[in-house]
Design a protein around this ligand. Structure first.
Ligand SMILES: Nc1ncnc2c1ncn2[C@@H]1O[C@H](COP(=O)(O)OP(=O)(O)O)[C@@H](O)[C@H]1O
Ligand SMILES: [Mg+2]
Length: 310
């Protein structure tokens, strides 16, 4: 067991950032921690690393109780922060020298490691350039590089692809998968469903400070497989129709986005005779059914769309 968090509670004044959070990470897994902004992902990570103390509950990391004082835990973890934390006025190499030395790596060892990591991240030809000349994607890669110089066995990445181009994003996702083949355990937070779908061996869906569902992708989708998902495009959507739809007994959830209503109801039930009269006055443009994916798991469980929260 790498992490076991049980019933963790963390308050920031009146905000309940963690509200009975449970999480388990086993050796060799890539855990995708998925949740909208403000769900508590970063707080959860900080509690695991020991940067904050939880108010109630327990966190053990490598079977040691995390109380913020256990240096041996930090030494075995790599942490890629949500904000890029490299120094703009220094070269990439100087940044890596600095961050590597924080973990007690000696110069010779560090120089070798920098070469290896820069190669893995495709930065070997730009090592002597100041970071301020780097693109967003390169900074993200360097940020990751600085966190793995000490060969951590457990790597925590907090939204490592926010604000970068698709090419760099794919590079990072492939990189994460390659780390997993080296038996490095990974905890990866994101609010992008497709990233989590692409890399995670197990997924935790988090909302409002706690886990609302967890399992493999297949297990999560199986939970809602019986449901029907209907997408109705209208000329101009409005809140009134949304509320009327929500009042139909049997409808599990409805979300309105742009001029589309996404309606979820149990399979085997036919609700068209109730839905159509509500939406027809708005001018129905298109009706489609869809196969559920991870996004729909989130939607079904919370009634919210992840992407809208971005
Ligand atoms: N240091 C802090 N002081 C006050 N509130 C905080 C602090 N850190 C986080 N929060 C609040 O806790 C909640 C969870 O935040 P966070 O863990 O950053 O979520 P996420 O990483 O999923 O976006 C949010 O409501 C946030 O505003
Ligand atoms: Mg965060």
């Amino acid at each position: 067991m790498i992490v076991k968090m049980e019933e963790a509670i963390k308050r920031f004044n009146s905000t309940l950032a963690l509200d009975c959070m449970n999480l388990e990470v086993h050796k060799g897994e890539i855990i995708g921690l998925l949740g909208p902004n403000g769900a508590g992902k970063t707080t959860c990570i900080k509690a695991i690393i020991g940067l904050i103390n939880i108010d109630e509950g327990t966190v053990t990391v490598f079977d040691l109780v995390q109380n913020g004082k256990e240096r041996s835990i930090k030494q075995r973890i790599g942490y890629v922060t949500q904000e890029i934390t490299v120094y703009e006025e220094m070269t990439a190499k100087e940044n890596m020298m600095f961050f590597g030395s924080l973990y007690g790596l000696k110069k010779e060892q560090l120089l070798m490691k920098i070469k290896e990591v820069a190669h893995l991240l495709g930065l070997e030809n730009r090592l002597n350039e100041k970071v301020k000349h780097y693109s967003g994607g390169m900074k993200r890669r360097l940020n990751i590089g600085c966190s793995i110089l000490h060969d951590p066995e457990f790597l925590i990445m907090d939204e490592p692809t926010v604000g970068i181009d698709p090419q760099s994003r794919n590079f990072i996702l492939e990189f994460v998968k390659s780390l997993a083949t080296k038996n490095i355990t990974i905890l990866y937070t994101s609010h992008y469903i497709e990233e989590v779908e692409a890399i995670a061996s197990r997924v935790y869906i988090m909302d409002q400070g706690h886990t609302i569902a967890h399992g493999t992708l297949a297990e999560l989708i199986a939970r809602i497989k019986g449901d029907s998902h209907i997408l109705v495009d209208v000329r101009i959507a409005n809140e009134e129709a949304l509320n009327s739809l929500r009042e139909i007994p049997d409808i599990e959830n409805v979300v309105m986005k742009d001029n589309q209503y996404h309606i979820i109801f149990p399979g085997g039930v036919s609700l068209f005779d109730k839905i159509i009269p509500i939406l027809a006055p708005l001018g129905i443009v298109n009706i489609n059914s869809k196969q559920p994916n991870l996004e729909d798991v989130f939607l079904t469980l919370t009634g919210k769309q992840l992407r809208d929260e971005v």
